[in-house]
Design a protein around this ligand. Structure first.
Ligand code: HEC
Ligand code: HEC
Ligand code: HEC
Ligand code: HEC
Length: 225
């Protein structure tokens, strides 16, 4: 009996799956970029950023059990040329085919859960912004981070380039950059190779361990790099 029913059941299931696929195509995958999972931070707005393929509907996001409204941020068509080295982090997708969705829910002291992009991310919020065993999340401070336009060109709701070093130069000029890094500034123009101003867990917003950052250009063991 059992032997006979199994293939029939299998067939029934696949027929059902095909029917479901025809009725409603699966939503394109969304990728949760920020906030970084398992981190601790101070109370305040949390930057939520998801990426979806262009033209996709609003991805689902649930903050502490309630649906979170996301707003679409398209990229300025002038800022879509692929520039792999200038990506702020390996987390961020491709500007040419992807767009971003944003929200900024207020996080009070305690634990918060964000479900989005197929992931469930737990954040801890306390007044100190620090806790044993948890990575401390920080974004670039004000005034630059008061709005995206602190660093990016923003026009008609679409996000343009944060062309470095120009986008930083009003506050971190060439001389300052040289003093900070004790390094000729020309090779460091792409600040986002090493710093992620949106959110990072390392001191000075570094997006990877220092050795790794230097060894992109300097062979290990060579010079100070
Ligand atoms: C303190 C400066 C700063 C602020 C504030 C800032 N950004 Fe950025 N952002 C950058 C830099 C630098 C880059 C990298 C630009 C490059 O390398 O060409 C970048 C890149 C990006 C990218 C593209 C990354 C990629 O790999 O494709 C997105 C998306 C982005 N920012 C979104 C935002 C949004 C949305 C806001 C506001 C909520 C914001 N940024 C605020 C500095 C900033
Ligand atoms: C409007 C002025 C302003 C702009 C524009 C600006 N910054 Fe800053 N930045 C500051 C100030 C002020 C501080 C120090 C205070 C702070 O950390 O809040 C700072 C701190 C930093 C730090 C150290 C953070 C830390 O945790 O110690 C880094 C790294 C940094 N900026 C990188 C950048 C980069 C890269 C850009 C351009 C994409 C940029 N900043 C644009 C004003 C600015
Ligand atoms: C090759 C990686 C790399 C690049 C590229 C880079 N930085 Fe840094 N930056 C660092 C490191 C590493 C530190 C920490 C320095 C230290 O503590 O010794 C740092 C520190 C800083 C600080 C913090 C200074 C302080 O002590 O508070 C600022 C501001 C900063 N960088 C701005 C910039 C800007 C602006 C650019 C682009 C023009 C840039 N950086 C490009 C690696 C880099
Ligand atoms: C984007 C590529 C790039 C990155 C990343 C980079 N450097 Fe460099 N670095 C250079 C270049 C190019 C020179 C040579 C500049 C010249 O001689 O005009 C240089 C020179 C140096 C020198 C001086 C060497 C000498 O012979 O005088 C030191 C030291 C150094 N880098 C250390 C570092 C450290 C430490 C880091 C990581 C924080 C780093 N570099 C990251 C490209 C890079």
């Amino acid at each position: 009996m059992r032997r006979g029913t199994l293939p029939a059941l299998g067939f029934g299931l696949s027929a059902l799956l095909v029917a479901a696929t025809l009725a409603a195509p699966p939503a394109p995958p969304a990728q949760l970029l920020y906030p970084l999972a398992g981190t601790v931070r101070k109370p305040g707005a949390v930057r939520v950023m998801l990426a979806t393929p262009r033209g996709a509907p609003m991805p689902a996001a649930v903050w502490d059990g309630k649906p979170l409204r996301l707003s679409r941020m398209a990229f300025d068509p002038g800022w879509t040329a692929p520039a792999p080295l200038q990506r702020t982090s390996d987390l961020l997708g491709d500007r040419t085919t992807m767009e971003r969705w944003l929200s900024a829910p207020a996080a009070t002291v305690g634990k918060h859960t964000l479900k989005a992009g197929g992931r469930s991310v737990v954040l801890t919020v306390n007044a100190a912004g620090a806790a044993r065993g948890l990575a401390q999340a920080a974004a670039h401070g004000k005034p630059a981070s008061a709005a995206c336009s602190g660093c990016h060109a923003v026009a008609n709701g679409s996000l343009g380039d944060a062309a470095t070093p120009g986008a930083c130069a009003a506050c971190h000029n060439d001389a300052a950059v040289q003093t900070i890094h004790k390094h000729v500034t020309e090779p460091l123009r792409r600040c986002a190779m090493c710093h992620d101003p949106h959110e990072a867990v390392r001191p000075k917003l570094l997006c990877a361990p220092k050795e790794k950052l230097c060894s992109r250009c300097h062979a290990l063991g060579h010079s100070k790099g």
